[in-house]
Design a protein around this ligand. Structure first.
Ligand code: ZN
Length: 244
């Protein structure tokens, strides 16, 4: 684990691309940060890679109905966080692969939107204490996003039919065991809770506890950055951007 203290970063990206595996991942993981950045004028796009078809522990759920429901939930949550545009890639839950096809999709999105910052899962995070190990889709996608940012998106010889090269400045990795920065979400924790509440297909089983856990987690991170509530990230500069 990285050192306990977290450096607070206050700069706001101009354009931010959030790429997450499941329909509720962005809101649960980084909803406070997205709400803060959008309130400060950042333009935010969200790419949801999976369609959420297996996101239920109940018997007899129609997966196509679940997919439709989860699209509505993302739409509502995105409205609360100020996400200007969101899109589903449509991969089935559990089937994310760091494939050439997925990297092409991500590279095309990066080149058309031209974000200065990309937020995604930390693919290196595996074991969180003794109670959670990371979802395969998160690990595969996080790696695919890193591979797409560097070297692919910035190099004209990768996916040359998928737009003109674009260099992302840095990536912010969420769900990390190696956090090095924090974002103060004290002013947007409530928006995050409201966004997460919109994912009723996921939270209705135990809404009060799930929402309380968000607060407890944000408070713990906040303590490490001397603010009330925060979200933690591992920030990595684009190696190419550093050398150009
Ligand atoms: Zn997920």
């Amino acid at each position: 684990m990285a050192s306990d203290r977290l450096h607070l970063i206050k700069e706001t990206p101009q354009r931010l691309l959030a790429i997450f595996a499941h329909p509720d991942d962005a809101d649960v993981g980084v909803g406070g940060t997205l709400a803060l950045f959008s309130s400060k004028g950042a333009e935010i796009r969200l790419l949801v890679v999976c369609n959420g078809d297996k996101g239920s522990l109940n018997d007899g759920v129609d997966s196509q109905e679940l997919v439709s429901l989860r699209r509505i939930e993302v739409e509502q949550a995105s409205g609360i966080l100020g996400i200007a545009h969101h899109r589903f890639v449509g991969v089935e839950d559990g089937e994310v692969e760091n494939s050439s096809e997925l990297r092409r999709t991500i590279v095309a999105e990066v080149r058309s939107f031209k974000p200065d910052v990309v937020i995604t899962h930390d693919p290196s995070a595996m074991f969180f204490g003794t109670t959670y190990f990371n979802h395969r889709d998160h690990r595969e996608l996080g790696m695919a996003v890193l591979d797409s940012v560097f070297p692919a998106a910035g190099s004209p010889l990768y996916f040359s039919d998928a737009g003109l090269p674009h260099q992302v400045s840095y990536v912010m990795l969420s769900g990390t065991l190696e956090a090095n920065v924090a974002i103060d979400i004290s002013s947007t924790l409530e928006a995050k809770r409201e966004a997460v509440r919109r994912h009723q297909s996921q939270v209705s089983v135990d809404e009060a506890r799930i929402l309380e856990n968000l607060v407890v987690g944000a408070k713990q991170v906040g303590k490490r950055a001397s603010v009330t509530y925060a979200e933690a990230f591992r920030v990595m500069a684009n190696p190419k951007a550093l050398h150009s």
